[in-house]
Design a protein around this ligand. Structure first.
Ligand SMILES: [Zn+2]
Length: 196
């Protein structure tokens, strides 16, 4: 399965354009299939960084759009997003997903517009070296990874009334210890870079 990622750093408008562009690709592929052997294509829409700090108005419109067209989008949900800046390695408070954002997610799941995935724990990067790819997991010991993923999953499963089985590591970065922890916690899908 190839996941289509929407870069969280892009502006909201660009996010919407990206979604529309993907839609056009799907449409074109289906049209091509009409004149030859129909291809089997699975497209996964993915929206990252749903959290207590993310753009609620944009997300409300995004969910409504997917719901209107009967399409489901995978939302990478951050359980305890850092309160200030998750690209800063300095200690800072975590903000649990608010009851209002959880309710919005539950309604979207119920409507078939959202597939909830866990997007890390707090999304905080582990390193601050310039020019080096950010990560929340790669290089971290197994017990620490297991603790962070488990704590986030227990919280999200409870507040969303679901059992999350997809994990999206922040920055799409992970290592073998991440995979071991995901297996231990019964995750079924990892959506990330091919390298890891
Ligand atoms: Zn992210």
């Amino acid at each position: 399965m190839r996941c289509l990622m929407i870069n969280p750093a892009m502006l909201n408008r660009i996010r919407m354009v990206t979604v529309l562009t993907v839609s056009l690709i799907v449409f074109s592929a289906l049209r091509c299939g009409a004149v030859s052997t129909p291809p089997q294509i699975t497209i996964v829409f993915r929206y990252d960084d749903y959290s207590s700090r993310s753009a609620t108005d944009l997300e409300r419109h995004l969910i409504a759009t997917f719901q209107k067209h009967g399409v489901c989008c995978t939302f990478g949900i951050i359980p305890f997003v850092k309160a200030v800046n998750y690209l800063d390695v300095q200690p800072q408070a975590g903000m649990p997903l608010t009851p209002a954002k959880a309710e919005m997610a539950r309604n979207a799941i119920k409507a078939g517009a959202m597939d909830a995935a866990q997007h890390g724990y707090s999304h905080q990067t582990l390193q601050s070296k310039p020019g080096v790819w950010h990560t929340s997991y790669a290089g971290l010991d197994y017990d620490s990874q297991l603790y962070k993923i488990r704590t986030g999953k227990v919280f999200l499963d409870e507040i969303l009334h679901t059992k999350i089985t997809t994990f999206i590591p922040p920055f799409n970065s992970y290592d073998t210890n991440t995979l071991r922890a995901l297996e231990e916690l019964d995750f079924q899908c990892l959506s990330a870079n091919l390298s890891g």
